[in-house]
Design a protein around this ligand. Structure first.
Ligand SMILES: [Zn+2]
Length: 285
């Protein structure tokens, strides 16, 4: 693990810890004597390292914000005694079946870790929001906004005074959207992100995985890449459907097309192309 952004001089701003797997970013917001942690980290060691950084100089971690309930995002939720846990109502309201699948996914990943988190429970949410909520960290306001699409429970967080938008699993690999729910809401979420970026003068995007996106032009290009991707994917899925291709063949051809169009080999991550095609197909058929 390593800090991509340490606690800034003056003690106000963003802290980003790059975890050892999946390019995962644990994110902190600090101001005055308070701190908030967003999706705290994959292993107990990483969560503790983030906690130590945030608490430096006697700061208190007052809020744990969980953007959504995928298991990489909820780890460490209980590692900050006294902090309120804030999350979308859709996270709080997950039913038994989906909760069990999330915890099973977590257990499978734990087997690969040298530093697993035993005795883990699904998060207990103190403050759930349906549409949006605002809370303070020191003198900074943080606005969390429900934005389903990646999953049915995903949210993003804006820190207006820092020009920062924490986009969870949106914009993690621009040009390879991570749609794990439904295509149309995913596209709507991109348009809404674009509106937020313009209306609120966002100049840094911090996704939950991989690199920060800095500067308005780069952010707008990343969002456009996601929307263009889905426009093209819809076109090819529609064309293969009209040809009467069987489902597996259709998904394989569409995924291959999207990979060729990208012109860059993303290795196993490119499996997401077939996943995206499956989401579009489900909507069209
Ligand atoms: Zn996710």
């Amino acid at each position: 693990m390593k800090f991509l952004r340490e606690v800034p001089p003056g003690g106000e701003g963003l802290v980003v810890l790059r975890c050892d797997h999946w390019g995962y970013n644990s994110i902190g917001v600090v101001s005055e004597d308070e701190a908030c942690v967003v999706d705290p980290g994959l292993t107990p060691g990483e969560v503790a390292a983030m906690g130590d950084a945030l608490r430096e100089g006697g700061r208190r971690v007052t809020t744990v914000l969980l953007t959504h309930s995928h298991h990489d995002h909820i780890r460490g939720w209980d590692a900050f005694p006294g902090a309120r846990v804030v999350a979308p109502a859709a996270v709080r309201d997950k039913e038994e079946g989906p909760r069990a699948r999330i915890l099973a996914g977590k257990a499978r990943f734990d087997e690969r870790l040298e530093d697993p988190a035993p005795g883990f429970r699904y998060p207990e949410v103190d403050d759930a929001f349906e549409v949006e909520t605002t809370f303070r960290v020191g003198r900074l306001e943080v606005e969390a906004r429900f934005l389903p699409g990646h999953s049915n429970c995903t949210s993003v967080a804006l820190v207006p005074a820092l020009g920062a938008l924490l986009t969870a699993d949106y914009l993690v690999v621009p040009g390879l959207p991570y749609c794990r729910w439904e295509a149309a809401p995913f596209e709507r979420a991109q348009r809404e992100l674009s509106d937020i970026v313009r209306a609120r003068d966002v100049d840094v995007v911090v996704p939950a995985h991989n690199d920060l996106i800095e500067g308005r032009d780069a952010i707008e290009a990343a969002i456009r890449a996601e929307l263009d991707y889905f426009a093209e994917l819809r076109r090819v899925v529609g064309a293969h459907l009209a040809d009467g291709a069987g489902k597996d063949e259709l998904l394989r051809r569409c995924a291959a097309h999207m990979g060729e169009r990208r012109g860059e080999d993303l290795g196993p991550r490119a499996r997401q192309d077939a996943e995206n095609a499956r989401r579009v197909l489900a909507e069209l058929s």
